[in-house]
Every structure is written in C-alpha cells, then in structure tokens.
Design a protein around this ligand. Sequence first.
Ligand SMILES: C[C@@](CO)(OP(=O)(O)O)[C@H](O)COP(=O)(O)OP(=O)(O)OC[C@H]1O[C@@H](n2ccc(N)nc2=O)[C@H](O)[C@@H]1O
Ligand SMILES: Nc1ncnc2c1ncn2[C@@H]1O[C@H](COP(=O)(O)OP(=O)(O)O)[C@@H](O)[C@H]1O
Length: 285
Amino acid sequence: MSDTSVSLAWPAPAKLNLFLHVNGRRVDGYHELQTLFQFVDFGDWLDFKVLDKADITLRSNITMDVAPADNLIVKAAKALQQASNCAKGAEIWLDKQLPMGGGLGGGSSDAATTLVALNALWQCGLSVDELAALGLKLGADVPVFIRGQAAFAEGVGEKLQPVDLDEHWYVVIAPDAHVSTAEVFQHPDLPRDTPKLQLCDLLSSEWKNDCQKLVTEQFSQVANALAWLIEYAPSRMTGTGACVFGQFDNEQQARSCFKQMPSTLRGFVAQGVNRSPLMSRLSEL
Ligand SMILES: C[C@@](CO)(OP(=O)(O)O)[C@H](O)COP(=O)(O)OP(=O)(O)OC[C@H]1O[C@@H](n2ccc(N)nc2=O)[C@H](O)[C@@H]1O
Ligand SMILES: Nc1ncnc2c1ncn2[C@@H]1O[C@H](COP(=O)(O)OP(=O)(O)O)[C@@H](O)[C@H]1O
C-alpha cells in the first residue's frame, strides 16, 4: 500500500456492559469493577489517509464538543507516533454514529480503531499487548476494543478474560441526557460494595448495573426510557449511562419493539457480537 492511499472504512463498534458491578474504591480514586463486555454490530466509522509528514488532522460529520487536541482519536494517533517513533501522519475522517458519553464506549472504540488501523497502515509493528497498554492510558475501556473479543473485565477494566456469550439482539435507546462517568464515580450514594464473584457464578446470576439506580434517580430521561423498554424485554443501563438496552431473542422481536418506540426517543437495533467487526476489517488487509 502506498503512503498516499486511502484505506477503506474501519469500524469502531459500540460495546454494552451486560452487567456492571462496583466492588470497591482504590486509593487512587478509581473503582474496582467486574463487568461483562460484548460488542454490537453498530457504531462509528473511520477512514485514514496516510501522510508522509507527521501531521494528524481529523474531520467529522458532526461538530464535536471536544477540542481536536482532546479528541481520543488524535490522542491515540499521537501516542502511537511517539511509541513507535513513526514519522508518518494521517488525515482522519470520522463518521460519528454513537452518542458521546452514553456508556456505549464510542470514544474508546474510536481510539482503539485508530491505534489498530494506524499500527497496520504505518507499519509500526506494535503487538496487540503493546497497543492495549498504550490504549489503557487513553481510557479504561480502550483495551477491550483493541483485543476485539467479548470479555469479562476486572480491575479498572483492564484485566480481561475472553468469553463466548449468546449473541442476542438489542434495542438500544440513547436518552437525551449527558451523564458524566467521573461524576457517577464520585457520587457519595454510588453503591461500592458488591462482593467480587467468580465468573461462573456471575454468569448464572441475575445481571445488574450498580450505577443504574443512582443515574435513574438523577436523570428522569434515563428512568423514562428504561420504564418504556422494560415492558418489552429484560433491560438495563450500559456503563455509567445514559444509554439503556433491551435484550431480545431474535431480530424480528427487536425490530417490532423498535417500531413502537415513541418518536421522542432515539436509538437503534443491533446484534451482540463476540468478535469485534474491527477484527474482520483487520484480517482483510
Ligand atoms: C465504567 C465504564 C464501564 O464501561 O463506564 P462507561 O464510560 O463505559 O460509561 C468505563 O470503564 C469507564 O471508562 P472510561 O470512560 O474510559 O473512563 P476513564 O476515562 O478511564 O475515567 C473517567 C473517570 O471515571 C472514574 N473511573 C473510571 C473507571 C473506573 N474503573 N473507576 C473510576 O473511578 C475516574 O474518576 C475517571 O477519572
Ligand atoms: N472520538 C470521540 N468520541 C466520543 N467522545 C470523545 C471522543 N474523543 C473524546 N471524547 C470525550 O470522551 C467522553 C466519553 O466518550 P464516550 O466513549 O462516547 O462515552 P462513554 O465512555 O460514556 O461510553 C465524551 O464525553 C467526550 O468528551
């Protein structure tokens, strides 16, 4: 591939936290979690044009409320340049489909796709472990997107164990609310005492999200979306919100529910997938 070629689009899928337990708070303020990550076949898309000079530029279909230098995509590209002493740059195009700060991991997924794609396109030669370590510095959820396999996560989300889960269909609703991850974790009323359990026990118990009660009490939009969805399917919040998801056995049931969604709500239908679409894209190179 020549340095000026434009690669085909690269997917940056969303994730769901099928359960999210808060087990305690570390001395550095970060929280010990146990969570189950699965990807869905819906998300953002990125394009990269490799440049012979070290410039990194980003254009997007939406106006983002983060400065370019703070965008996780730009940060990821610069971190990779530094870590691999790479003198190449990139023009990056982002087709943003995922709500920002919604608990779907869009920013983390964008960062992971940038690291994986540019590592290949710039021929940096970093291993998956090296990319995951680099990604962790950008955000707790970046490593799971880099590894591209549904996973049980512990620690602050960096200790990952691959899992093979049922690939259900989901209706995902993005309530019109911005929930700050940092504020949820700082809140005095967040329960932080769920006992740590073995994965086999967690898989056979009822799944819950320890942030959900606090967030639904504070954001009526999240409570209302959940109250509507739960009439159709088992439903929960993902991450620290605001997005909620309902789980269906098949596509037809999910689409039938989605059709009945009030026009005041926004969302999408997607299938849970254990292998990230990013991995399929990478294997096409
Ligand atoms: C809790 C999860 C579950 O997926 O929430 P969502 O962000 O997806 O909603 C994520 O791990 C979040 O990951 P991410 O959004 O990358 O968080 P970071 O940028 O690393 O941290 C944002 C802030 O949240 C707090 N934080 C984050 C993760 C964690 N295990 N404990 C924390 O206390 C810290 O105060 C930190 O400053
Ligand atoms: N490319 C990006 N896409 C989304 N958010 C980004 C991006 N770069 C930086 N951010 C910042 O990261 C925050 C978390 O984004 P996101 O990953 O979408 O949410 P969450 O972690 O709740 O799933 C956003 O509120 C935004 O300020």
